[in-house]
Design a protein around this ligand. Structure first.
Ligand code: MG
Length: 392
């Protein structure tokens, strides 16, 4: 088993949208194609890309991680006889010190996604089935719960435009939606709060007044007083969850907020390693009976590291059902189905062509059922595959 060829490129995923912290006018993504050969004449090409919100990593890929993978030579197989991305992962991370994860976790995650795609293709199985067989006693879910993430701040959109957007998600088969809060970058807090409460009220009207069908996401914008102010105003709505209220790395502030806000909190999309995730669980006061963990397998050094995070969660009394990864990509959808997570994010209208799932997997009543296509199935998502093909 050997990685014999890797090609990389950078693709734009820019858009005129903004959350409370950044706009996406210059957002990019790395894309890679990785060829794995088995030594007995079989080969597979796996594809990978980085999740939205972090920029492309061509330098780190070219200087460190691609050369190491190509120089690794013969890699030990998984005990089931198939290709084992964990062995490739160890080769990529040689000579990397612990801590200070930065965005090398993003570069490694791009390659990790492609390695898993190749591993499942070589096994002749969809990734969800390979994962269930290897790590979940063969037990995959029949479908994954997904919710529509949108509700960004966009010039000229207004509350009427937001309501139309939410209606489109419901028409497309979603039951639960998420909108941004905290104001477009630079908006004063009091003004943002006033505007956000009007947006929440308007969206709830479309959702039959049911707060459990609405999530709100502040993208880490608030300081503690700001988060507590918002929490006090959000509490009566009993929302599905209040996401990234605070700086994602300030665990003590989360612990204070969790004492004052009873409804579910969600965070984790900007924690990129097992030690960061473990510190969150140890110190942030999060509650295993309600809070939601959003570590993104594509951003946090890939699935090899994400498997370690799931193991750590189990040891701390957290069910994998509390995990609903960030990113809205097919990779995390397979992981959700194969490993029994709580579900997955979905971006019906943004981050094309990386957001969204295979063309033959419609959303029905908020659920997605995966197919038997070997690998992750990027080939079954026409707009994304058109982009990835240029690497071949
Ligand atoms: Mg978020």
């Amino acid at each position: 088993m050997k990685v014999t060829r890797i090609r990389q490129d950078v693709a734009p995923i820019s858009g005129a949208i903004a959350n409370a912290y950044i706009d996406f006018s210059h957002m990019t993504a790395s894309i890679v194609a990785v060829t794995v050969e088995t030594g007995d004449g079989r080969r597979a090409v796996g594809f990978g890309f980085n999740s939205n919100g972090r920029y492309a990593q061509p330098g780190l890929l070219a200087e460190r991680f691609i050369p190491r993978l190509l120089a690794a030579g013969e890699l030990p197989a998984h005990p089931d006889g198939g290709f084992d991305p964990a062995a490739a992962w160890a080769a990529m991370m040689r000579n990397e010190k612990p801590g200070g994860h930065g965005e090398r976790s993003v570069a490694v995650g791009v390659l990790d996604m492609a390695l898993w795609d190749a591993a499942a293709k070589l096994a002749g199985k969809p990734l969800w089935r390979l994962l269930a067989d290897r790590y979940h006693a063969g037990a995959a879910d029949a479908a994954a719960w997904v919710y529509a993430a949108g509700g960004y701040y966009q010039p000229g959109k207004g509350t009427a435009g937001l309501v139309e957007e939410i209606r489109r998600y419901l028409d497309a088969g979603y039951r639960v939606v998420k909108i941004k809060i905290g104001g477009a970058p630079g908006t004063p807090l009091a003004e943002a709060l006033r505007e956000d409460l009007a947006r929440i009220e308007a969206v709830l009207t479309v959702l039959g007044g049911d707060g459990s069908r609405l999530c709100v996401d502040a993208n880490g914008r608030f300081d503690l007083p700001g988060a507590l102010t918002y929490a006090a105003h959000l509490a009566p709505y009993r929302l599905r969850w209040f996401e990234e209220p605070l700086d994602p790395l300030d665990y003590a502030m989360h612990a204070v907020l969790a004492e004052h806000y009873e409804a579910p909190l969600a965070t984790g999309e900007n924690l990129f390693s097992l030690p960061d995730a473990r510190n969150l669980i140890r110190h942030a006061g999060l509650r295993p009976d309600r809070d939601v963990l959003q570590f993104d397998p594509a951003l946090c050094y890939g699935l090899v590291e994400y498997l370690r995070i799931l193991e750590m969660l189990r040891a701390h009394g957290w069910s994998p059902r509390r995990c609903v990864p960030h990113g809205g990509h097919q990779f995390a959808l397979h992981i959700a189905v194969g490993l029994g997570l709580g579900g997955n994010e979905s971006y019906p209208e943004v981050f094309a062509p990386f957001g969204g799932f295979a063309d033959d997997t419609p959303i029905r009543d908020g659920m997605v059922r995966l197919t038997e296509t070997p690998g992750i199935g990027f080939e079954a998502k026409a707009d994304l595959y058109a982009l990835l093909r240029r690497l071949l």
